[in-house]
Write a protein that binds this ligand. Structure first.
Ligand SMILES: C[S@@+](CC[C@H](N)C(=O)[O-])C[C@H]1O[C@@H](n2cnc3c(N)ncnc32)[C@H](O)[C@@H]1O
Length: 241
């Protein structure tokens, strides 16, 4: 599965941001940059924070954090696809940001970073490509006590949970991406269907994984049975809780 994801995002890397912009405008009527900026604003990053951006892609989220909070913040962007990180390095070098941004190649499911070092973890548009339980366990490990989590995820409507919904949507995703991007992305996006959740499911998953103070805001889909955008905020419960 990871090989396929790396192949899909290696092909996509040179036109990733333009492609996301087109897809997010289509689904939510929202430019990609506005989605990222909204995720960062909802996160309310504090000065001096140490932040891990899981599946950072081309480093657009770290750069948006840097623009918001400037040089007092330290961001590590982690991603499994070297081509996305190379594009990210170019973006970081070109940007006027003075924030301290490091990009690291590795998997979100086994993060090679020390325990309890990050005040916040963010992840945008990527949880559906990850094993959610394993990633949340790694997030819980690297966060400080009381550390915060901010996700920008694709949320699913209840129709997608029905037998017909699943068949129609998986076939539709496969056909759409095969036609527009080719096999690897079609496979990566149709596999990702099974990691997509409704807002209520996210609440249950996060509380079972030791998170509290869960808040979810939503941008509805432009289509009746389309996916919505969810901004999910939570805090790691302290051991006493
Ligand atoms: C849709 S992009 C999101 C990029 C970025 N977060 C953004 O908001 O634009 C998904 C990213 O997830 C990364 N990814 C997928 N599986 C991963 C894994 N197991 N560990 C780390 N990154 C992963 C891909 O390489 C890709 O860059």
């Amino acid at each position: 599965m990871a090989d396929n994801i790396v192949k899909a995002f290696t092909e996509l890397a040179p036109r990733y941001e333009k492609t996301m912009d087109r897809e997010l405008r289509f689904m939510w009527g929202l430019p990609y940059r506005d989605f990222v900026n909204r995720l960062v604003q909802v996160a309310e990053v504090e000065e001096g924070s140490r932040i891990l951006d899981i599946a950072t892609g081309t480093a657009v989220i770290p750069l948006s954090i840097g623009a918001e909070v400037r040089d007092s913040v330290q961001v590590v962007g982690l991603d499994i696809t070297p081509a996305m990180l190379r594009q990210g390095m170019r973006n970081v070098r070109r940007a006027p940001s003075t924030a301290h941004i490091d990009l690291v190649c590795g998997s979100a499911m086994s993060v090679s970073l020390a325990d309890g070092v990050f005040d916040m973890v963010v992840c945008g548009l990527a949880m559906h490509h990850l094993n959610v339980a394993r990633t949340l366990s790694e997030i819980g490990r690297v966060l400080t006590e009381d550390g915060r989590l901010n996700l920008g995820v694709v949320g699913v409507p209840l129709f997608w949970r029905s037998w017909w919904g699943e068949k129609i949507v998986v076939a539709g995703i496969r056909a759409f991406y095969r036609f527009t991007h080719g096999g690897p992305r079609a496979q990566a996006e149709s596999d990702a269907f099974y990691n997509l959740h409704t807002g209520e499911e996210w609440r249950a998953i996060l509380s079972a994984s030791g998170f509290v103070d869960i808040e979810i805001t939503e941008i509805p889909s432009r289509f009746r049975w389309g996916p919505n955008a969810l901004f999910v905020k939570a805090r790691l419960a302290s051991p006493a809780q």
